[in-house]
Each structure stands twice: as structure tokens, then as C-alpha cells.
Design a protein around this ligand. Structure first.
Ligand SMILES: NC(=O)C1=CN([C@@H]2O[C@H](COP(=O)(O)OP(=O)(O)OC[C@H]3O[C@@H](n4cnc5c(N)ncnc54)[C@H](OP(=O)(O)O)[C@@H]3O)[C@@H](O)[C@H]2O)C=CC1
Ligand SMILES: O=C(CO)[C@H](O)[C@H](O)COP(=O)(O)O
Length: 476
């Protein structure tokens, strides 16, 4: 339990950028004396200029550490990668064995795995913790996914529970599991984030081109959806983006933004990890690929002249009625995005022995984080009912709701295909589902082909063993 001491700080933060500065102020707001350190003197000045007597920022690492109460607790919120290793290296020069180091950034889980083992060997307590909620979340209440040293988590738990967002009076933070579990869970959170953002952008494309709706009408749809079962942080901010005009301008500001999406990499890591674990997460894969395709503006511009739109891109004149189908389609694909992410967590847990609780993950994602949504209540209920649920599609309540939404997604995907409008995340959500419910996939043909050209062998129905055929002997 961290004790207060008037002269020394209970909590230290390294990296006083967007996340670090806001999280530190949040911690101080809850009654803890805090210290901050950054190698950028401007960030140090900005924090000191707040003139809070419960926050002291330093440009000197030694002075920063000396002002911390022992055993010392230091969190890093610096860019992921080599910088984290460099900061840990510097910290080991000034910390004592038994001190706690928390990495709150978006570190790759394999880096966290290595750092955890190394620091444990050296006698330091290491917590790899995903933090979500962006700038506002860090300041007012994020969702946090700590993993690693359980005793260290118990020490910092009272602080984390105070600064987290709260849903029904409960904090959106919990110990995720062993070693790199916290950063694995955060990575999958971000993969789902990519998928949901891609789905929302495709929904916009359908409304704009397929239904020829104007920005005001599209705003009204997102507004309405945010009052219903699609209520979520990402729909809410999309609604607000559809209302945002710069002072003195008459058009929506986001229309001035280039159509080239950037990425820091957590979505790609999710797809890579899923492929390594042989878990299909195609809706996340396609979201990553579409951000990548968006960067090829010159190729897209040339191709748009070579391959014009079909004669009629408008789906229907009855846009009011169509929006109900689009809502069903969105619901269906959104469920698929969460289901694929949860499936990945289920399998990673088996493989990496993290000791994850999927119900607890859904519980702490209900508030504070970027993918918080009304639907997370259903996910939480499903895993609470059956903590060993292998796939969300198999839950009774999800099953009932998916059945009611299939017609909407089939309509939207087929209309989009006929009218030349790209909805790859919707399409992949539907095809994933159609194969998930397909007892007889055509994978036997793939096995035959592999054996034909590479003698890779195959297994037979109803017969034990592994077989090879000389396909060129003509058969009978
Ligand atoms: N922004 C967001 O919404 C979210 C970010 N994250 C993750 O949190 C981490 C921090 O992100 P964010 O706050 O946005 O990043 P910022 O770039 O805003 O802040 C990072 C700060 O760390 C400082 N820094 C870099 N190297 C060192 C060093 N060796 N010693 C001390 N300070 C250093 C930087 O200074 P300088 O500028 O001089 O390099 C900067 O002030 C990242 O891993 C990010 O992926 C997680 C959730 C949400
Ligand atoms: O972690 C986050 C939210 O939870 C970050 O905002 C996320 O890193 C943004 O990712 P990208 O820059 O790849 O879109």
C-alpha cells in the first residue's frame, strides 16, 4: 500500500507527453504526491507551470528518483520500442532492488515478456500495463490492463482503482494475468479498435455514395445509433466529427483531411500474433490492409480513371428504410469484430498460459477505453455465464441477435458489390460467419492440391493416419 509522505512523492512518471502528463494529473487529483520526468524540458516546464504543490517535474532523472518514497513506483509512458529499453537501462542505475517499474505504453507483448523475465531475475518488480482512453481517458479515467508481477499490482492497485473510469461503481482496471498478459490484451483491444473504425468508415461510404445522404443526414444516423444498441465511444465521436466545423467555415472540417490513414502498428501486431497462433481475425486483417491501401493515393487516383464506377452507384431511393438494414449490418459486423478478438484472447491464453479471465476483460472494457460500448455488457454477460466459452457466436443471446441481423448484412454486402462500393470489413464479417457455420468447408480440395504438387500428405475421413497419393498415375 502506497503511503503518503509530505516531502516525497508516492508515484513517479517518466514521459510527460499526451498520456503521461494527463495520467499524472489524474493520480495527483486523487490525493497522491507525484513526480514527473521527461527528457524534453518544455514538457517539464508545462507541468511545473501548472503550479500544483502535489506535482513536481524534473529534467534530471537522479533528482526525480531521489524524490520518490521507497519502495519506489515508476511508470513509463514513453514511445514503445527501443526507448523503453533505454529508459529501463537508465532506471536500473538509480533504482533499488524491490522497486516497481510499470510500462504503461503500447509495448509489443514479446518485448514485455523479455523485460519481465530480465527484471525479475535482477530483483525488480515489473508490470506491463495497457492503458486506453486517449488524452481524455488518461486525465479523467482510463481503462487499464496490468499484467506481470502480481505482488507489485497489489501494491499499486489502490491508486489504479481510484484513477480508472468506473462502471456501475466498479473500476475499469483489473489484473489481467502472468508476464506479458496486460500488453497482449491491450494489443487485441487495439485490433478490435481498428476493425470498428474501419466498419464505421465503410458505413459512412455506404450512406454517402450508396444512399447519397448529405453530412447532416449522416450525423442524424450516428446520433440515433448512439442512443440505441450501437451506443459506443467510437460512434459517439463519429457523430461529433459530423458536427464539427471550424469557426467561420460552412463545411465539416474532416472533409479537409487527406484520405490516407496512418497507424502506429498495434493493429498489425494483432494480425501477426493471430496468424502465429493460427486464429482467424480477418476483420482486423482487412482493417490493417485498408489503412495500408489508403496510402497509395497516386495508384488509386490513376485506377479510378481507368476503372469507372458502375452506371448506377445509388442503392435505393428509400434511404429511410435502408438505414434499418444498415444498422443490422453494422450490429452483425461489430459483433464479429469483438468475437474474433475474444477468440484470439481465448487461444492466446491456452498457448501462453496467461491465466486470463475473458469476463474480467470484457468487464474492464465497458468504460474508459476506446472500444467501450453497450455491446460489451452482452460480452461480459456471456463470459460471466460461461467463462470457458470458446467463441462468442456460440452464446445463446448473441446467437439470437445475430440471427435477426443476418438479412441486413446480406443486403448491404450484396448491394455494395453490385454498385461498386467497397465494404471489405462488412464482406469479410459475413464470409467469416458463413464459413464459421459451414460444417463442410472446401478445405479437402486444398489438401488434395498440396499433396498433388508437393507430397504434403492428407488425412482421410473415418480412417486414422496420414496418406499420400501419386495423383499423376491416372487413378483408376
Ligand atoms: N496517445 C494516445 O492516445 C495513447 C498512447 N498510448 C501509448 O502510450 C505511450 C506514450 O504515448 P503518448 O503520451 O501519446 O506519447 P508522447 O509522444 O505524447 O509522449 C511521450 C513522451 O516521452 C518522452 N520521452 C521520449 N524518450 C524519453 C526518454 N528517453 N526519457 C524521458 N522521456 C522520454 C517524449 O519526449 P520527446 O517528445 O522529447 O521525445 C514525450 O514527451 C506510447 O507507447 C503510446 O503508444 C497508449 C494509449 C493511448
Ligand atoms: O492505444 C491507443 C488507444 O487505445 C492509441 O490511441 C492507438 O495507439 C492508436 O493507434 P494507431 O495510431 O495505430 O491508430
Amino acid at each position: 500500500m502506497i503511503q503518503e509522505n509530505k516531502n516525497q512523492s508516492s508515484f513517479g512518471m517518466i514521459g510527460l507527453g499526451t498520456m503521461g502528463s494527463n495520467l499524472l494529473q489524474n493520480i495527483a487529483d486523487h490525493g497522491y504526491n507525484c513526480s514527473g520526468y521527461d527528457n524534453d524540458p518544455k514538457k517539464v516546464d508545462t507541468l511545473n507551470n501548472l503550479s500544483r504543490n502535489d506535482i513536481h517535474a524534473y529534467s534530471d532523472l537522479k533528482a526525480f528518483v531521489e524524490n520518490l518514497k521507497s519502495p519506489k513506483t515508476v511508470m513509463m509512458l514513453v514511445p514503445a520500442g527501443k526507448i523503453v529499453d533505454a529508459v529501463i537501462g537508465e532506471l536500473l542505475e538509480v533504482l533499488d532492488k524491490g522497486d516497481i517499474i510499470i510500462d504503461g505504453g503500447n509495448s509489443h507483448f514479446t518485448d514485455t515478456e523479455r523485460r519481465f523475465a530480465d527484471l525479475e531475475k535482477k530483483g525488480y518488480h515489473f508490470v506491463g500495463m495497457g492503458v486506453s482512453g486517449g488524452e481524455e481517458g488518461a486525465r479523467k479515467g482510463p481503462s487499464m490492463m496490468p499484467g506481470g508481477d502480481k505482488n507489485a499490482y497489489e501494491t499499486i492497485k489502490p491508486v489504479l482503482e481510484k484513477i480508472a473510469a468506473h462502471v456501475n461503481g466498479e473500476p475499469t482496471v483489473a489484473y489481467m494475468g502472468e508476464r506479458s498478459a496486460g500488453h497482449f490484451v491491450k494489443m487485441v483491444h487495439n485490433g478490435i479498435e481498428y476493425a470498428l473504425m474501419q466498419l464505421i468508415s465503410e458505413t459512412y461510404e455506404v450512406m454517402k455514395k450508396g444512399l447519397q445522404m448529405d453530412d447532416k443526414e449522416i450525423y442524424e444516423v450516428f446520433k440515433k445509433w448512439n442512443d440505441g444498441r450501437l451506443k459506443s465511444y467510437l460512434i459517439e465521436i463519429t457523430r461529433d466529427i459530423f458536427a464539427y466545423k471550424k469557426k467561420g467555415e460552412d463545411h465539416l472540417f474532416f472533409n479537409d483531411i487527406k484520405d490516407e490513414a496512418k497507424a502506429k502498428g498495434t493493429g498489425k501486431w494483432t494480425s501477426q500474433a493471430a496468424m502465429d497462433l493460427t486464429v482467424p481475425v480477418p476483420i482486423i486483417d482487412i482493417a490493417v490492409s485498408m489503412r495500408d491501401l489508403s496510402k497509395y493515393k497516386d495508384l488509386r487516383t490513376k485506377a479510378s480513371q481507368m476503372y469507372p464506377d458502375p452506371k448506377e452507384i445509388k442503392f435505393t431511393d428509400k434511404k429511410g428504410e435502408y438505414i434499418a438494414q444498415l444498422e443490422e449490418a453494422f450490429y452483425f459486423a461489430m459483433v464479429s469484430a469483438y468475437a474474433q478478438g475474444m477468440h484470439l484472447l481465448y487461444s492466446a491464453n491456452e498457448e501462453f498460459k496467461y491465466d486470463l479471465n475473458l469476463d474480467l476483460i470484457a468487464k474492464i472494457w465497458r468504460g474508459g477505453c476506446i472500444i467501450r460500448s453497450e455491446f460489451l455488457e452482452d460480452i461480459y454477460a456471456a463470459y460471466k455465464k460461461d467463462s470457458k466459452l470458446k467463441h462468442l457466436f456460440l452464446d445463446d443471446s448473441v446467437h439470437k441477435n445475430l440471427l435477426k441481423s443476418i438479412s441486413g448484412i446480406r443486403t448491404v454486402v450484396s448491394d455494395a458489390a453490385l454498385h461498386g462500393i467497397a465494404v471489405p470489413a462488412f464482406a469479410v464479417a459475413l464470409s467469416y460467419f458463413d464459413n464459421f457455420r459451414n460444417e463442410e468447408m472446401p478445405a479437402n480440395l486444398i489438401q488434395a492440391q498440396r499433396d498433388f504438387f508437393g507430397s504434403h500428405t492428407y488425412e482421410l475421413r473415418g480412417k486414422e493416419g496420414v496418406f499420400h497419393t501419386d495423383w499423376e498415375d491416372g487413378g483408376n
